[in-house]
Design a protein around this ligand. Structure first.
Ligand code: NAX
Length: 326
């Protein structure tokens, strides 16, 4: 059989990992014929909880799960890793200012970026899920100068999937027939879900829905506030859907999107007026393990305004942590 691939996951004791690990071990990410080794990272105080999760992984008797490593040291977790899912992050605690949250996470992602730089496979594919995901990914990328910048991505796929589901419900079309939707920008309330180019079996979805008021007053806020709605209903934040989106993101990156557009947070190369290196949600297609930006889309005045809002917010986040980068 194929040699095992090493998949490192931080935040292994957390609630997203509690879905993610089982699906990866089941072959949902790399396929049913690809053995995997899980390299699990979490804080020292979470090691006992990680061991409990590992007991459950063992009890599933997954045929593809070749080995499991448990550690609180990023350099052990990321050693020779082919794939890295950075899920663990410092959550906002009561009374914590936004800038304190940014700094706390900047420290974590500086350390983890340096460890990746030192020990990960040179071909490693990295997805940052932990919030603020785009800026955390930027910090990790800047802390890993020996790795190609294109190896660093952030998760916008949950927002993309949320948008897709809302559009299918509103139009009465099936999810699998809808193509070419985008969520531009930041994984935050400034995100811009955009279906101007969307098609259903080649026909225009905008024309089918034909309701700009619904777009601006219902669709856009519903997608942007979906995370909050889930917290209000469930008492805790999205976990299974976040794990699912992480798998979709990675699987499409590795196995290809077959021409479909997907949204990934990727370092800007300057397209669409977004400053270079900013991790920003863009439409991409994927093939042969690489993503390609969907370029030259028309940006109207409303879209420009929305895209600049996210750009501004991300620049501010970046400026808030710049002093921490060497
Ligand atoms: P949990 O609080 O359940 O788990 C987080 C885990 O990370 C904990 O076990 C904690 O000990 C660990 N951790 C903290 N700092 C660490 C470090 N320096 N190294 C290794 N492990 C560390 O959170 P969960 O619900 O799993 O969410 C994880 C992250 O995903 C959060 O930052 C959350 O905001 C973010 N999300 C991002 C989404 C996205 O679309 N980009 C959506 C879902 C989710 O809200």
């Amino acid at each position: 059989s194929k040699p095992a691939q090493r998949i490192a996951i931080s935040g292994a004791a957390g609630q997203i990992a509690y879905s993610l690990l089982f699906r990866i071990a089941n072959g949902d990410l790399l396929g049913k014929d690809q053995p995997v080794i899980l390299q699990l990272l979490d804080l020292p105080q979470a090691q006992a909880a990680v061991k409990g999760v590992v007991m459950e992984l063992e009890d599933c008797a997954f045929g593809l799960l070749q080995d499991i490593i448990i550690t609180d040291d990023p350099k052990i977790a990321f050693k020779d890793a082919d794939f890295v899912l950075l899920v663990g992050a410092r959550p906002r605690s009561k009374g914590m200012e936004r800038k304190d949250l940014l700094s706390a996470n900047a420290e974590i992602f500086t350390v983890q970026g340096r460890a990746l730089n030192e020990v990960a496979s040179r071909k490693v594919k990295i997805l940052v899920v932990g919030n603020p995901a785009n800026t955390n990914a930027y910090i990790a990328m800047k802390s890993a100068p020996d790795l190609p910048q294109k190896n660093f991505t952030s998760m916008m796929r949950l927002d993309h999937n949320r948008a897709l589901s809302q559009l299918a419900a509103q139009s009465g079309q099936s999810i699998t027939d809808i193509e070419k939707i985008i969520v531009w920008g930041n994984h935050s309330p400034t995100m811009y879900p955009d279906f101007r180019f969307a098609t259903v079996n080649g026909a225009s979805l905008t024309q089918m829905i034909n309701d700009e008021t619904w777009n601006r007053k219902v669709f856009m806020p519903t997608v942007a506030k979906r995370g909050t709605a889930v917290i209000e209903a469930r008492g805790v934040s999205s976990a299974a859907s976040a794990a699912n989106a992480a798998i979709d993101h990675m699987r499409d990156w590795v196995l290809g999107s077959n021409g479909r557009w997907v949204t990934m947070g990727v370092p800007s190369t300057g397209a669409y007026g977004i400053p270079k290196e900013l991790l920003y949600g863009f439409p991409v297609t994927t093939a042969n393990g690489e993503y390609t930006l969907v370029s030259d889309l028309e940006i109207d005045a409303f879209s420009r305004e929305r895209m600049d809002l996210a750009r501004q917010e991300l620049l501010e986040e970046q400026n808030g942590v710049k002093h921490l980068l060497g």
